[in-house]
Ligand binder design. Structure first.
Ligand code: FMN
Length: 188
């Protein structure tokens, strides 16, 4: 029993048929009792970070909405592909924007990472880089069990994108249960 926990998911892929977004959609039935998963507001309309823009007109509305959603959550799960061995640019840009806010939303926030990729590494290098960014932001980054979905095209239904691979479901479930305990420990 997790107690009542609101967990925000932030997906690092913007495409409609994204395996990572399919993974986000697969989470609710795998979550422990009491954990509610909420998808983040969209961040694809955020302009490239430029301090001149921030100085002239403040934080764009989608940055404020994303930061508010992170602050309101008990924990965050970042579910992202790996682009060229690192964090996709659109997601990194959104993180860069919220990182400049006074009440920096990731400070002391429990954060878990998941990734799905078409290759054998499952997005692991994105995860290492994300851990570095989250450390700088003073988040509490969850350790193990890790969720790395390699060869994602074999783990989701080709047409419906439903997560069909039972071992993947099992380790996602284990991570969500352990993340619930981690959040409770951080909150205590
Ligand atoms: C710009 C770009 C760079 C990529 N780089 C990597 C990579 O470094 N490692 C990897 O495993 N897959 C890489 N891929 C393949 C992705 O794993 C694959 O496209 C995956 O389906 C993307 O996630 P999504 O389905 O959630 O959009 C790359 C894809 C793109 C579009």
């Amino acid at each position: 029993m997790a107690g009542e926990l609101k967990v925000l998911t932030i997906c690092g892929s913007l495409r409609k048929k994204s395996f990572n977004h399919a993974l986000v959609r697969a989470l609710p039935p795998l979550a422990p009792a009491g954990m509610t998963l909420i998808e983040s507001p969209p961040y694809d309309a955020i302009p490239f970070y430029n301090q001149d823009v921030q100085d002239a007109s403040g934080f764009p509305a989608p940055v404020v909405a994303l930061a508010d959603a992170i602050r309101a959550a008990d924990g965050v799960i970042i579910v992202s592909p790996e682009y060229n061995w690192t964090i996709p640019g659109a997601l990194k840009n959104a993180l860069d924007w919220v990182s400049r806010m006074k009440d920096q939303p990731f400070k002391d926030k429990p954060v878990a990472i998941q990734s799905a990729s078409g290759g054998p590494m499952g997005g692991s290098r994105m995860q290492y880089h994300m851990r570095m960014t989250l450390t700088y932001l003073n988040a509490f980054t969850f350790g193990t069990p890790e969720v790395l979905v390699s060869f994602a095209q074999n783990k989701f239904d080709k047409d419906t994108l439903e997560l069909t691979d039972q071992p993947t479901k099992d380790f996602v479930k284990a991570q969500l249960a352990a993340f619930a305990s981690f959040i409770q420990r951080v909150k205590a």
